[in-house]
Design a protein around this ligand. Structure first.
Ligand code: ZN
Length: 463
C-alpha cells in the first residue's frame, strides 16, 4: 500500500509481479473520512480480493509505517481494528525491490501537523458555546459573539470554532461542549470531505478545513460536559461562555443593535459586567465608525434648574426627504433633548415644535435660538408672549452661542447614522420613528458619568 495524496493506493503482487491495483471508492459512507482510516479500509478491501483470487489471506501486507505508527493506527482507528482482525501473517514495511514500488515509496502519508492530540502547554485557552437563538460565542483572552443563520446548535458551534481558529493565530487550546464539533474538528485537517447534498454543511466543513490549513501554529480541541456541577477552572470558564450567549447578554446585544446605546447604559440596564457591555459595543460595526469626540459645552450659559433655559436649533437630515428640517430643543440644565422632523422652518413649524416641547418638557422660562427670521416673525413672538417665555438669540456667526444645542445636533445625527443599518431597524424606518428612537437612546439609555444624575426628564419641576 502507498500513501498517495487524498487517498492511499493499493497493489496486489504475486512474486514481485503486479496482479491488480486497488483503489478506494470515491463515494464514502461517512461525511468526513480521516486519512488514517483509509489504509485500514483499503487493506480490508484488498484482503477480500486476495481471498477471492487465491483462496487464502495474503502472505504479507506491506505498509510504509513504523511500529509506533501502526500501533497508533490500531489504537485510533476502528477501521484498522476491523479490517486487520484475524490477520496472522506478516505486516511489513519493506517494499519489494521492483523500481515502480521503490518510486511509489517516495510519497509520504498525509498526517495531521496542526491538530494536536494533547493540550498545548503555554497556549491560550478559549471556550466556545452557542445559544438557542442562533448566536455563537467564544470566551478567552478576548470575547466575541457571532450572529449566525444556523438553525442547528452544532453548526453554530462549528462557526464559533472556525472563528477561534481564525482569530487566534497563536497556539490555542479550544474547549467546546459539543462532542460532535470536537470530533469533526479533530479530524478535519486530513479528512476527505464528502460532497454533500447539504450545501451549508459542506461549506462549513470546507471553511473549517481552510481555517486549519491556514494556521501556522498548532491547536488542540477537547470536549467538556455541558452544565456539570463539578468544581474547577474548566467548568467555570465554560459557564462564562454559557453566560456570554445567555438570554441576558443576547437580549442586551439585540437591544444594542436596535438603539446603539453606549456601554454604560447597557451595563446599567441589563446588570452585566462592564467588560461584557464594552464587548458588545466594540463588536457593533455601526458604533466603530462613529466615535465622535466629546466636546465640552464651553462657556455657554446654562440653566440652574430644569426648564430655566432651553436652546433651540434646526438641523438638516437630507435622508428624510421632505421632512429634512429637524427641530432640536435641549434643556441646558438636564440636557434632555426633544426633536421632531418637519417640512420647514417657518413660524408655523416653530410654534408646533415648541408646543410639542412644552408637552414633553414643561414650559420653560427662557428660550435661546439663532436669529433666524422664523423666530422673529410676528406670530412667533406673539406665541412666546402668550406663554410668557423670554426669548433671546445668540450673536450671529458666533459659534459659541448655541454650543449646547449644536452638540445635541451632532449626537442626534450620529445616532441616526448608527441606526441606518441594513435590516436591523427596518421596522422603525419612517423619519419620525427614527428621530424618536434616537431620542430614547440619547435621553434615557446612554449614560455617562457626567450625566448620570440628570438623565431623567425634568418632570415635576413645576412644583
Ligand atoms: Zn451599535
Amino acid at each position: 500500500m502507498f500513501p498517495t495524496l487524498h487517498s492511499p493506493t493499493g497493489v496486489i503482487i504475486q512474486s514481485e509481479d503486479l496482479v491488480e491495483w486497488s483503489f478506494l471508492s470515491h463515494n464514502t459512507v461517512r461525511t468526513l473520512t480521516v486519512y488514517l482510516d483509509q489504509p485500514g479500509i483499503l487493506t480490508g478491501q484488498a484482503r477480500l480480493r486476495v481471498v477471492k483470487l487465491c483462496g487464502s489471506d495474503p502472505d504479507k501486507i506491506i505498509v510504509s509505517m513504523n511500529k509506533n505508527q501502526i500501533q497508533q493506527a490500531f489504537l485510533n482507528s476502528v477501521n484498522w481494528q476491523i479490517n486487520l482482525a484475524g490477520f496472522t501473517e506478516v505486516l511489513d514495511n519493506h517494499y519489494p525491490k521492483n523500481k515502480i514500488f521503490q518510486f511509489l515509496k517516495l510519497t509520504t502519508w498525509v498526517l495531521p501537523k496542526i491538530t494536536h492530540r494533547a493540550p498545548l502547554e503555554g497556549a491560550v485557552t478559549v471556550f466556545t458555546d452557542v445559544s438557542s437563538n442562533r448566536k455563537a460565542a467564544y470566551v478567552g483572552p478576548k470575547n466575541r459573539i457571532i450572529q449566525t443563520d444556523f438553525q442547528s446548535a452544532q453548526r453554530a458551534e462549528l462557526q464559533a470554532v472556525i472563528a477561534v481558529l481564525e482569530d487566534f493565530k497563536q497556539p490555542v487550546n479550544i474547549v467546546s461542549d459539543s462532542a460532535y464539533v470536537v470530533q469533526a474538528t479533530q479530524y478535519i485537517e486530513t479528512a476527505l470531505i464528502k460532497y454533500l447534498v447539504d450545501e451549508q454543511l459542506y461549506q462549513l466543513f470546507s471553511s473549517l478545513q481552510k481555517a486549519v490549513h491556514d494556521r501556522c501554529f498548532p491547536f488542540y480541541i477537547t470536549h467538556i460536559q455541558a452544565h456539570t456541577n463539578l468544581p474547577g477552572p474548566l467548568v467555570r470558564a465554560n459557564d462564562q461562555a454559557d453566560l456570554l450567549v445567555s438570554t441576558v447578554l443576547t437580549n442586551a446585544q439585540d437591544f444594542h443593535s436596535l438603539t446603539h446605546v453606549n456601554a454604560a447604559g447597557l451595563k446599567q440596564k441589563y446588570q452585566i459586567t462592564w467588560r461584557q457591555a464594552k464587548d458588545i459595543v466594540q463588536h457593533c460595526p455601526q458604533c466603530q465608525v462613529l466615535q465622535l469626540p466629546h466636546e465640552g459645552t464651553g462657556v455657554n450659559p446654562q440653566g440652574l434648574t430644569p426648564n430655566m433655559l432651553l436652546q433651540k436649533d434646526l438641523t438638516h437630515v437630507s435622508l428624510f426627504g421632505k421632512l429634512s428640517y429637524v427641530h432640536v430643543t435641549i434643556d441646558t440644565f438636564s440636557h434632555f433633548v426633544w426633536a421632531a422632523c418637519q417640512t420647514g422652518e417657518a413660524a408655523a413649524h416653530i410654534k408646533r415644535h415648541l408646543l410639542f416641547c412644552f408637552a414633553a418638557m414643561d414650559i420653560p422660562q427662557k428660550i435661546k435660538t439663532d436669529s433666524g427670521p422664523g423666530y422673529y416673525s410676528k406670530s412667533s413672538q406673539a406665541f412666546l408672549q402668550q406663554w410668557h417665555i423670554e426669548h433671546s438669540s445668540g450673536i450671529p456667526c458666533n459659534s459659541q452661542g448655541q454650543d449646547i444645542v449644536e452638540q445635541a445636533n451632532r449626537t442626534l445625527k450620529s445616532q441616526l447614522q448608527k441606526q441606518k443599518t441594513e435590516g436591523g431597524t427596518r421596522e422603525y424606518s419612517t423619519p419620525h420613528m427614527q428621530v424618536q428612537l434616537a431620542l430614547i437612546t440619547s435621553n434615557f439609555l446612554n449614560l455617562s458619568r457626567k450625566h448620570l444624575r440628570v438623565v431623567m426628564p425634568p418632570k415635576g419641576s413645576h412644583s
